[in-house]
Design a protein around this ligand. Structure first.
Ligand code: PMT
Length: 411
């Protein structure tokens, strides 16, 4: 493991600050140059001298330090850093960062930093579970802050639950993997993984010549298949009826109905690391398919529709389930419906898009996505579906990687 980076380590005031000393030692051992910024309350737990000795660099604590400020201390520190790591990040600091407050050196540095930011929260379990802390964490997630931990276990206060800072060795492992992923070209981020993608519409027959369908062209799903191949994945594409040319060197399974798509996906899902449900699967299908052409008779007629099986939900329920990514196509209340689907279908991620508008969604060259997961979200701005798919694939690879690291850390 090598972490050849300039790491700015922020230490805020919690009992876990003692672990940060070990963190400095481990980071340096792996090749990082470390500079420490410590808050006033952290100094109550660990002396700056400890960090100075371990990092081999002066420790910074004052925002208004006359000497440093001559040289714009906080700005030059922010520029120096390849990565800002805050460990431990207390509930108070998290609240400050999420609201953009800058009343000391560390919170000011966070605002000035343009490098990636990682935080390792540490606090009492009740404080961690408090709705306002979770809201603050979500906000930081949307600002691109990556979160390491916290872990579950006994706490210094005598309680048990989530809130322990991750162990220094786990933080180092996490950074090592994250940097590795960052340095890999897109072409590598799904190397060796099997990815199952559904695309296009389904057709639900009413009689031998008529069917119910929707406006999906398959462009989004096919772009994802191409992006996944480019990222090194082995791709299986389950496609509804579309007029697109399938990418070469994939397994292409052509289906027509929701029931056929269900069977094709379910028989393969457990053999894949990732499932992406980009298909616009019919929610309802005619209860009876008339064997002969329905004749024109009455002024009005009624078709009884039967709910189809929800493929995505069933995939996410599998014992050996792939990392499950859904789409949400909505004409209103996009975020609320997407978050509801994320939770109800127990997905790892959901990519929400507006449909029925002028730009984006069904049968257009461009699209925009709002992507949600348990503790974060990211907006992928309007772009060509090809570019958008590459960005979504990169995001999926990052989230899968973080999930795997989290599971490894929990043993
Ligand atoms: O194909 P394009 O023209 O490029 O358009 C792209 C798209 C708009 C179709 C695509 O971006 C998209 O949003 N796909 C999902 C469309 C959809 O059916 O959304 P939904 O909100 O109704 O369904 C939610 C999720 O459940 C989807 O992942 C869907 O695949 C899945 N589902 C739905 C019903 C069902 N019976 N089984 C499912 O798996």
């Amino acid at each position: 493991m090598t972490i050849n980076k300039h790491i700015l380590l922020g230490v805020s005031g919690g009992i876990a600050a003692y672990k940060s000393a070990e963190l400095v030692r481990l980071l340096r051992k792996q090749g990082a140059e470390v500079r420490v910024v410590i808050t006033k309350s952290a100094m109550e737990f660990v002396s700056p001298l400890t960090f100075q000795a371990l990092s081999g660099n002066p420790v910074h604590s004052e925002l208004l330090d006359a000497d440093a400020e001559n040289a714009m201390g906080h700005i030059s520190l922010a520029r120096w850093a390849d990565l800002l790591l805050i460990a431990p990040a207390t509930a108070n600091l998290i609240a400050k960062l999420s609201h953009g407050l800058a009343d000391d050196l560390l919170s000011t540095l966070y605002l000035a930093a343009t490098c990636p930011v990682y935080i390792a929260p540490a606090m009492n379990q009740a404080m961690w579970n408090k709705a306002v802390t979770q809201e603050n964490m979500q906000k930081l997630g949307t600002h691109g802050v990556k979160v390491i931990g916290p872990e579950q276990g006994d706490q210094a206060c005598g309680e048990t639950g989530f809130g322990r800072m991750s162990e220094p060795v786990d933080i180092c492992n996490y950074l090592d993997h994250a940097l590795e992923l960052q340095n890999q070209p897109t072409a590598q981020c799904l190397q060796g993984l099997r990815v199952l993608i559904s695309a296009g519409p389904t057709r639900e027959p009413l009689d031998p010549v008529r069917y119910i369908t929707n406006r999906s062209s398959g462009k989004m799903g096919y772009a994802l298949a191409n992006a996944a191949i480019k990222a090194g994945a082995e791709v299986t594409l389950i496609s509804g009826p579309v007029t697109l040319a399938a990418p070469a060197n994939i397994e292409l399974v052509k289906v027509e109905t929701a029931a056929q798509m269900y069977a094709a996906v379910m028989s393969r899902a457990s053999d894949h690391a990732i499932y992406i449900g980009a298909a616009a699967v019919a929610d309802y299908s005619p209860a009876i398919m008339q064997p002969e052409k329905i004749k024109k008779q009455e002024e009005q007629t009624t078709i009884i529709l039967q709910k189809t099986k929800d493929i995505l939900s069933e995939v996410a329920k599998l014992d050996k389930r792939p990392f499950s990514v859904g789409f949400a196509a909505e004409t209103h209340d996009l975020e609320a419906y997407a978050r509801d689907k994320l939770a109800r279908k127990r997905l790892d991620m959901i990519a929400a898009n507006w449909v029925g508008r002028e730009l984006g969604g069904f049968d257009s060259e461009q699209n925009a996505l709002q992507v949600f997961w348990e503790n974060g979200e990211k907006t992928l701005a309007m772009a060509d579906k090809k570019q958008l798919a590459e960005r979504l694939i990169t995001l999926i690879a990052e989230r899968l990687h973080e999930k795997n690291l989290g599971e490894q850390a929990r043993g």
